[in-house]
Write a protein that binds this ligand. Sequence first.
Ligand code: PLP
Length: 412
Amino acid sequence: MLDLKRIRQDFPILQEKINGYPLAYLDNAATTQKPRLVVEKMRHFYYHDNANIHRGFHTLAERATAAYEKVRQEVARFLGAKTEEIIFVRNTTEAINLVAFTWGRKFLQSGDRILLTEMEHHANIVPWLILQQEKGFEIEYLPFDEEGELNRHQLRQILSQGPPPKLFAFTHASNVLGTINPLRQLSALVQPYGTKILLDAAQSIAHQRFNLQRQQIDFLAFSGHKIYGPTGVGVLWVRQEILEQLPPFLGGGGMIEEVGWENFKPLQGPGKFEAGTPSIAAVIGLGAALEYLSQWEEEDLFAWEKELTAYAYQQLQELPGLKILGPGAGKERAPLIAFSWEGFHGHDLTTVLDTLGVAVRAGHHCAMPLHRKLGLTSSTRASFAFYNQKEEIDRLLEGLKKARQILAGRIR
Ligand SMILES: Cc1ncc(COP(=O)(O)O)c(C=O)c1O
């Protein structure tokens, strides 16, 4: 059983009052709140260990380097991966750009195809569109159906017609539909074609565990801030055989073995992709977030998130005119629910909810093509973490009813 009271005390911001009400933070898909341990470890780093890494021989430089590299090992353990496969970046967006502008630039050319899905975040569309302008390969989008599920029949068709896609890059969990894409089945389908797989784990990293030794994927990207860590750090995991073939991403200090006027020799391993001074303190904070999580039974955390999501789903679907996007009642989904409500604009709803201390998000959630497919320009999204309570969902519902009262006269 989760000790929710203790958990909530570990996250100081949850005691905040917003417009006179206790904060009900239901915007966890955008960013999660940080436990005290994360903030304290970063503070400790700045007060006691701060120095630049990798290049100094004084005590602080050695301490800072050791602390930074220790987190690489911890992240590797967390993902069931090798330490040499962990590259620190700023966020998921940078991780995907890194893959596009190293692997993609080297291996994709005119006549090639890559496959994305219709439910991608802009972070997994725009880098490929930029590279496409340079290289002229084709991009196909695997559709999703009314239940928000990827069409596997169409995937088989795409695979059997024409040259197999060189890459299948898809989100593990949709940040709008909440769909959790079946990683094992999808990778089993494309693997025989030699298609590389990039998994955008931004929305799944905090809600399930990976063992990458056993998964048939090649790249995985996530952001520290979505798993209770600080902003400014993310992770790109690249399977070692592939990492060794990649050209550098950014050039500069920190990523080289030797530099001359005419040429340079890059480092081997993850350091090759970490040019310049990295977000050292943020990396320390990410390590602290993983340490914080390790004290809880993950099954308990995930079970509670599922219960909260089902509780919210059941109540939201009873509001007349409100349409929940993505998988239907009882189906598996990430702990987030986005909806459209006929006659009401999401920005008005979120403004009223904010006056009551309830934080949710409205907009296109960086998924404009997805919304366009659904005939929408935006949606309103509530998203949950294990520190949320049912009472906060009740307040969301009360707030929505109040918003309906206030706005009905004005809009309808
Ligand atoms: C599915 C998905 N991919 C990528 C991102 C981008 O994450 P970041 O802004 O941390 O780079 C997000 C952020 O919401 C996301 O939900």
